[in-house]
Write a protein that binds this ligand. Structure first.
Ligand code: PMP
Length: 337
């Protein structure tokens, strides 16, 4: 468990003492972040540029928070001045942002937002489930107060554990609450002790940790550390660029227009004109044994989504997907209208 903690500190680029892995998938970490940092009646602001902001808002509503959303158009992102305006209007205790919005394929710029949250005395909560290890992210330097990810994306470990970290500022708020968090299982007081992050001399039984999943998480963090974060970021970026070039050659268009806002791990392709996207994805599944998804939330019907992350982020895998797409475009029904 101590090895896992230092592995997470490295991949998150943080020195936070309160760094651990939640037993559960990415959703569990989302709820751990929100349930611990927000009390009923408090104001929460969620940036919505896909389904993850919507879900964070839903979770905060469930615990009786006053929730406001700041909505970006599908495939787009929010500017710092839009964010500042909303922070000054709603005065939230927490601002939620998905760094890698896997439903639209957007990599949301982070620079400057941490400073704004600090200025408005608000905690900056970032979802990096789809981006961690695939795109640059510096928790401490970027002023992120709560950051979480999942084990099954770039880390390539089985699903079931979710790294999370809380800054000192976040801990100040979490450990000075008036009410207990709604979840016993996700109560940071308990989790902190279980993971040896508090001052107590011994760790108490809280729940049965998924130990086999912890071993695989430990190994996946070691693999990423051995490669080095910068190398992993570069590898994902160059595989993604190779993919974009190949897609353009096939006459396909990318959904996210601004290059710097494309998520290297999840590529959204504008659903090809004249085709039924469901026929394309099922043809590829049947013929090539590859799973390509349709859209999710605001991108339903608009895009095809391809996830290439961790060990799947390579030129060879990209070529495999391009060949499958080319074959599908040649064989699926194309309407002339
Ligand atoms: N956030 C983002 C950005 C995601 O892509 C996902 C998973 N697709 C989640 C949260 C939720 O993770 P999980 O499915 O592991 O609960």
């Amino acid at each position: 468990m101590n090895d896992i903690k230092s592995g997470i500190q490295y991949v998150f680029q943080t020195r936070n003492r309160m760094t651990l892995a939640v037993s559960g998938t990415g959703h569990t970490a989302m709820e751990c972040a929100i349930f611990n940092s927000v009390e009923p009646g408090e104001s929460v602001l969620a940036a919505v540029n896909g389904i993850w902001g919507e879900r964070a808002a839903d979770m905060a509503e469930r615990i009786g928070a006053r929730v406001n959303t700041l909505v970006a158009p599908p495939g787009g992102y929010l500017t710092t001045s839009e964010i500042e305006k909303a922070l000054s209007k709603h005065r939230p205790v927490v601002f939620f942002l998905a760094h890698g919005e896997s439903s639209t394929g957007v990599l949301h710029p982070l620079d400057g937002i941490g400073e704004l949250c600090y200025k408005y005395n608000c905690l900056f909560l970032v979802d990096s489930v789809a981006s961690l290890g695939g795109a640059p992210l510096y928790m401490d330097q970027q002023g992120i107060d709560i950051l979480y990810t999942g084990s099954q994306k770039v880390l390539n470990a089985p699903p079931g554990t979710a790294p999370i970290s809380f800054s000192e500022r976040a801990c100040q708020k979490v450990f000075n609450r008036r009410s207990k968090p709604v979840s016993f299982f996700l109560d940071l007081n308990w989790l902190a002790n279980y993971w040896g992050c508090d001052e107590k001399p011994s760790r108490m039984y809280h729940h049965t940790g998924p130990v086999t999943a912890f071993y695989s998480l430990r190994e996946s963090l070691a693999v990423l550390s051995e490669e080095g974060l910068e190398n992993s970021w570069k590898r994902h970026q160059s595989a993604a660029e190779h993919f974009y070039a190949g897609l353009e050659k096939l006459g396909l268009k990318l959904f996210v227009k601004e290059k710097h806002a494309r998520l290297p791990t999840v590529t959204t392709i504008v659903a090809p004109h004249g085709y039924d996207w469901k026929e394309v994805t099922s043809y590829i599944m049947k013929t090539h044994n590859l799973e390509i998804s349709g859209g999710l939330g605001p991108s339903v019907g608009l895009v095809l989504r391809v996830g290439l992350m961790g060990c799947n982020s390579s030129k060879e895998k990209v070529d495999m997907v391009l060949a499958a797409l080319k074959d599908a475009l040649e064989h699926c029904h194309r309407s002339k209208v």
